[in-house]
Design a protein around this ligand. Structure first.
Ligand SMILES: Cc1cc2nc3c(=O)[nH]c(=O)nc-3n(C[C@H](O)[C@H](O)[C@H](O)COP(=O)(O)OP(=O)(O)OC[C@H]3O[C@@H](n4cnc5c(N)ncnc54)[C@H](O)[C@@H]3O)c2cc1C
Length: 377
């Protein structure tokens, strides 16, 4: 096996939102960064593609203008129960942009800043004598710091024997892009028996339709079409949106084994960011902001460590663990709680009249799963 002799300060495993945001941030400070990403850009991804506005100040700092990429401003929110009871609320505000466009723009920016991105799959990470050795399918690389930003689930988690990987992850998700009529400024969450579907627009007037359900509900049907017809379309809103729009993809994208179990933000001295550190329920529409925010936190601390302001690796790890817990633990708890309630269909039907009576309740719950606008120091 060939070994690349030039050491990197930081190697980032996974070039999604967390990995690429870190790559841009670190390379702005002239830190030698390598991103190892298994797929080629641009790429579609199963995701609702609605991002909370809290990321905008930080994206500005990273010199990414989502509105130049065609992002849709979204300032209305509606939610329906499986029996098609509807409530409307004002969300915290956000925008819709495809991961195809956003991840590609971040990757380009990272490379412009001098970060190196290679397409390869990391298969092992070893920490020895205060340094990392990262094995891909093709090469071995070395670095002082490793950021794990490889998303919600990977064979690396099995290799590292992370505890969440041993627990059941019964959720699967389906995403498609479609053409049709849907308000540009609205994000809708329409529930159906066993899951819910997010609907909002991204750039180029495309509708994102993305739903999550559990495997038990899904396996009774022969395919996606039958599942949609028999389950999703019991919700009149979903029926109308799906029936009146034309899919853009030949077949929908699917993922399975989605886990919301607790994870650790530091594992074997690797600084975990984004979904690799913990995943919030997509119902909260905040996973992307959390991925970007964790990248910001990790990058700032790594810069301090490499500049000698944080004196030891242990101090770096403790500082990251502490900020991660402060920032995200409660959001994850509220997210799990909200998702639990909506998974109980009768309970969600009963809650709708209460939520209607107290108009501030829903925005307050949503707020608890979101962060403040990301301050750039
Ligand atoms: C159904 C669904 C809907 C969602 N909707 C929303 C939403 O509307 N709004 C929102 O804010 N969040 C949403 N989320 C959450 C959001 O998609 C994630 O939180 C976000 O993508 C996390 O970004 P990340 O950078 O951590 O991981 P990812 O974006 O998953 O990036 C990880 C990258 O690592 C790469 N990789 C993996 N393994 C390896 C390896 N071994 N070697 C090299 N590369 C590797 C992958 O190819 C990938 O590019 C949704 C999630 C789901 C499942």
């Amino acid at each position: 096996m060939k070994t690349n002799s030039a050491p990197f300060n930081v190697i980032i495993i996974g070039g999604g939102l967390a990995g690429l945001s870190s790559a841009i941030h670190l390379s702005k400070e002239d830190i030698r960064v390598l991103v190892i990403e298994k797929n080629a850009y641009p790429k579609h991804k199963v995701c609702g593609e609605y991002i909370s506005n809290e990321v905008l100040p930080y994206l500005h700092y990273l010199e990414i203008d989502v509105f130049k990429l065609g992002a849709q401003k979204i300032n209305k929110f509606e939610l329906s129960t499986p029996k098609s009871k509807l409530i409307k609320a004002l969300p915290l505000g956000g925008f819709g942009i495809s991961r195809f466009a956003l991840d590609n723009a971040l990757a380009k920016k990272a490379m412009q800043n001098g970060a190196i991105i290679i397409q390869d799959s990391v298969i092992d990470i070893q920490f020895l004598n205060d340094a990392f050795s990262i094995q891909t399918k093709n090469k071995t690389f070395h670095s002082k710091i490793v950021i794990g930003a490889y998303g919600k689930r990977s064979s690396l988690d099995i290799k590292m024997d992370r505890s969440f990987i041993k627990q059941k992850s019964p959720f699967l998700a389906v995403k498609m892009h479609a053409k049709g009529n849907f308000p540009k400024d609205l994000v809708a969450l329409h529930n159906f028996k066993g899951g819910y579907c997010g609907v909002s627009k991204v750039e180029n007037d495309i509708i994102n339709l993305c739903y999550i359900t559990n495997f038990e509900a899904f396996k009774k049907f022969k395919d996606i079409d039958e599942f949609q017809e028999e389950v999703l379309f019991k919700n009149n809103y979903l029926k109308s949106i799906f029936k009146n729009s034309q899919p853009v993809f030949e077949t929908p994208l699917t993922i399975s084994q989605i886990s919301f179990s607790n994870k650790s933000p530091i594992e074997n001295h690797i600084i975990m960011c984004g979904d690799t550190a913990g995943m919030i329920h997509p119902l909260c529409g905040n996973g992307m902001s959390m991925a970007i925010r964790s990248a910001q936190m990790a990058s700032q601390l790594i810069i301090n460590y490499l500049q000698g302001k944080i004196k030891s690796r242990l101090a770096l790890e403790k500082a990251y663990q502490k900020s991660w817990n402060q920032e995200f633990r409660n959001r994850l708890r509220v997210g799990h709680f909200a998702a639990n309630i909506f998974s109980k269909n009768q309970l969600s039907e009963m809650l709708i009249p209460i939520i209607k009576q107290i108009p501030n309740l829903l925005p307050k719950i949503v707020k608890l799963t979101h962060g403040k606008p990301m301050v750039v120091k």
